[in-house]
Design a protein around this ligand. Structure first.
Ligand code: RET
Length: 278
């Protein structure tokens, strides 16, 4: 390999400022996720056992995402060395795609569990909806990943488009299924909880819009260091909004619904199996 060629075409020599912006975006999102992990851990007892699966999903996804960001930071830090005032990619430099997509393939299905657990869909309908949205979320990410590979020759635009469209079909199903579940649930809860659930859904689904936009950047632009930086900031900011902004609102729904259930005398404590008779 020509030593002046970057090991991965998209990882070019980065000016100091842009390198730092990417590093701060990754570090900032990582710390925010760590804080959110601790928040999920300490706040789960505020909701009744009925809504606890939502808190557990949040806890799991926060843990996965925090580790993913620690790895992204490590890769970014060791992927470049400072030479004459610019950051030059090293032999080990890697793009962030692999780690990000593996993170999403686990966390997006968990986000759907988190949302559905505070909706009012019950029994076998709930199980079906949960499995189909989890599967759609997983397939949306995996098919997207197949198109997002950065090859030696750069990105393959046809692959990006074809896999992007297949991924969008799963995206469409997921979108419609989640909106349907939320619509059916809103009239079953008090006005305050309903507003929070509506807001949580708006936050989640609008953040979903950022990912295909960032994904599509290489279709219409060469991924220069400035575009690369914008993509990393876009993904990191969207991750924070989709996981933390959404999660805090869902937690509020669960808390409000717990209070409603108690006021209505509903049995809010079908104890989790592991705490009975011990
Ligand atoms: C891809 C490929 C292109 C088409 C579509 C995509 C959608 C991705 C989404 C990702 C959401 C990720 C979240 C992460 C949270 O941490 C895969 C980019 C539609 C919606 C919410």
């Amino acid at each position: 390999m020509d030593p002046t060629e970057p090991p991965v075409p998209e990882l070019q020599t980065m000016p100091l400022g842009l390198y730092d912006v990417v590093q701060f975006a990754i570090l900032g999102a990582g710390f925010a996720l760590l804080a959110y992990f601790l928040y999920s851990l300490t706040s789960r007892d505020e909701v009744s056992a009925r809504y606890r699966p939502s808190s557990y999903a949040a806890l799991c996804l926060a843990a996965v995402a925090t580790v993913a960001y620690a790895l992204l930071y490590q890769d970014w830090d060791s992927g470049f060395r400072l030479e004459d005032g610019v950051y030059v990619p090293t032999e080990e430099a890697r793009t962030t795609e692999g780690t990000r997509y593996i993170d999403w393939s686990i966390t997006v299905p968990l986000l759907t569990v988190e949302l559905l657990a505070v909706c009012s869909v019950a029994g076998s309908a709930a199980r079906r909806l949960r499995s189909s949205t989890m599967a759609a979320a997983f397939l949306m990410i995996v098919t997207g990943y197949l198109g997002a590979q950065v090859l030696d020759q750069g990105r393959d635009r046809t692959a990006l488009l074809v896999w992007g469209l297949i991924s969008t079909a799963f995206f469409g199903y997921l979108y419609v299924a989640l909106i349907g579940a939320v619509r059916r649930s809103l009239p079953t809860m008090g006005p305050e909880a309903a507003v929070s659930l509506r807001n949580a859904t708006i936050v989640l689904l609008s953040s979903f819009g950022v990912y295909p936009l960032v994904y599509a950047v290489p279709v219409f632009a060469d991924v220069t260091p400035a575009w690369f930086t914008a993509m990393q900031v876009g993904y990191s900011a969207a991750d924070v909004v989709a996981k933390i902004g959404f999660g805090v609102l869902v937690h509020k729904v669960a808390k409000l619904r717990t209070a409603e259930d108690i006021a209505a005398g509903v049995d809010t404590h079908p104890e989790p199996v592991w705490s009975s008779n011990v």
